[in-house]
Design a protein around this ligand. Structure first.
Ligand SMILES: C[S@@+](CC[C@H](N)C(=O)[O-])C[C@H]1O[C@@H](n2cnc3c(N)ncnc32)[C@H](O)[C@@H]1O
Length: 417
């Protein structure tokens, strides 16, 4: 179900973690379980619209999102409180739905906003023209060897060859000289999308060094190509979204406080379905994975570092299993309060790992906490998944098999106080 990640042996990055054709185990109501099982039987790698524009660890598979939304009538409201790069929102827009997303990561919010940006032809031409001008000025800097300081600590700067660091610094300075607004935001994310490719860091979730030969001017060329790619992707998105579909709303918010988000106040009791993929306990360190990009973009990620739930860096703490359970319970209760009667929550959630060999099954966990949140368990579909992590360490090899689940919960309490 999740797209992108690292193979268990750490050698070959996998395009998808979906175990295509792997057995799917279902539980609960048969019709709902068949629907969930269909949502996870997806082809390994799909890219359409704006999905593949910017990498993001553990993206939801677009087909899974599409199948979990396709039965909703146009205009219905959908929420993803762990929106990440916005997969659910993009597919929701294409289905004509009113989409809301939140994430505590400032980078995720920027990416999800960009991936759901509805543009016309004039805006896209303007985007490409402006980026072309930025690239020309950047090439001029490279030729003139104009010195510039990159906004990085010496430790982060060490991920780049000196000439690449200088070129990126110049490119960023040229982007920053553009007037603020959505076009400049989009150009900045094109810059963000190349930052790892031209670095010595292997991948977002892999902080081991790799040697790449990056000649002078290549970073600027990649940047220019990414903006053209973005314009094409935005054009495909604009063409696919039905007329009259409301604009998307993406907030920076803690999913544990989602019910209190001001932008959602008028939608209380009106959300038809929550489709979301919370962090799998002890699997990723999102804030760490995004640290380099956050530094370049000047994003304030302090609240995110404090509030990221389920982070691998906390996995060995004694209190972490209870804390993660409480966090998910708060998220579910908040979502339930926003749902209309009969509204549903679809969770895509993997088993958690707290320290070597300590696996906590997500199915039992959700089953236990759902009733307290006012949600009734309906069905689930489960598949085994390979281990992922930041390092191909022994820790991973010792890891017992884990499962990834799609779980359907419903709010069927009729009266709301
Ligand atoms: C599995 S990812 C979601 C990926 C998303 N479905 C996509 O397709 O890109 C989980 C997300 O939870 C976010 N997150 C972690 N702690 C959070 C919190 N307390 N509140 C809101 N979002 C949080 C992470 O930043 C990450 O984007």
């Amino acid at each position: 179900m999740l797209d992108g990640g690292v193979a268990r042996d750490g050698r070959e990055p996998r395009r998808s973690l979906t175990l295509v054709g792997g057995p799917v185990r279902t539980e609960g109501d048969a019709v709902s379980a068949a629907w969930l099982a269909d949502a996870v039987r997806v082809a390994p790698h799909i890219d359409r619209f704006t999905h593949g524009f910017h990498t993001y660890p553990a993206r939801l598979h677009p087909d899974t999102a599409e199948r979990l939304l396709r039965d909703l009538a146009p205009g219905r409201a959908v929420l993803d409180p762990f929106v990440g790069s916005g997969t659910v929102l993009v597919e929701g827009l294409v289905a004509g739905l009113e989409v809301f997303g939140a994430d505590l990561s400032p980078l995720a919010v920027r990416i999800a906003r960009l991936k759901t940006w509805r543009t016309d032809a004039a805006t896209r031409s303007h985007l490409v023209e402006r980026a072309r001008a930025v690239a020309e000025r950047s090439f001029a800097r490279v030729r003139g060897r104009v010195p510039v300081r990159a906004p990085l600590t010496p430790e982060d700067a060490a991920w780049y060859a000196p000439h690449v660091l200088m070129e990126l610094g110049g490119l960023l300075a040229e982007i920053r000289s553009e007037p603020p607004g959505p076009t400049t935001d989009a150009i900045e994310l094109a810059f963000s999308s190349i930052l790892l490719k031209v670095s010595r860091q292997r991948a977002d979730t892999r902080r081991d060094p790799v040697e790449r030969r990056i000649r002078k001017g290549l970073s600027t060329e990649l940047f220019g190509a990414k903006v053209i790619e973005l314009a094409e992707r935005l054009e495909r998105l604009a063409a696919a979204v039905p007329r009259g579909t409301p604009v998307s709303t993406v907030l920076q918010a803690d999913a544990r406080d989602i019910a209190g988000a001001r932008a959602l106040a008028s939608r209380r009791g009106r959300i038809a379905r929550v489709v979301t993929s919370p962090p799998y306990g002890g699997t990723y360190d999102y804030a760490h994975a995004q640290a380099l990009r956050s530094a370049w973009l000047g994003l304030d990620d302090r609240a995110y570092r404090r509030g990221e739930i389920g982070a691998r860096r906390h996995a060995a703490d004694e209190e972490e299993p209870a804390a993660h359970g409480q966090a998910l319970a708060r998220v579910l209760a908040g979502c339930a309060s926003l749902l209309r009667d009969g509204g549903e929550v679809v969770l895509v959630l993997g088993d958690a790992r707290f320290g070597p060999r300590r696996i906590v099954g997500a199915l039992d966990w959700v089953r236990r906490i759902a009733p307290e949140a006012g949600l009734r368990w309906v069905a689930s579909a489960s598949q085994q998944r390979p281990s992922v992590g930041t390092e191909p360490s022994d820790f991973d090899r010792l890891d017992p098999p884990r499962e990834e689940h799609v779980i359907l919960l419903v709010r069927d309490i009729v009266s709301r106080s």
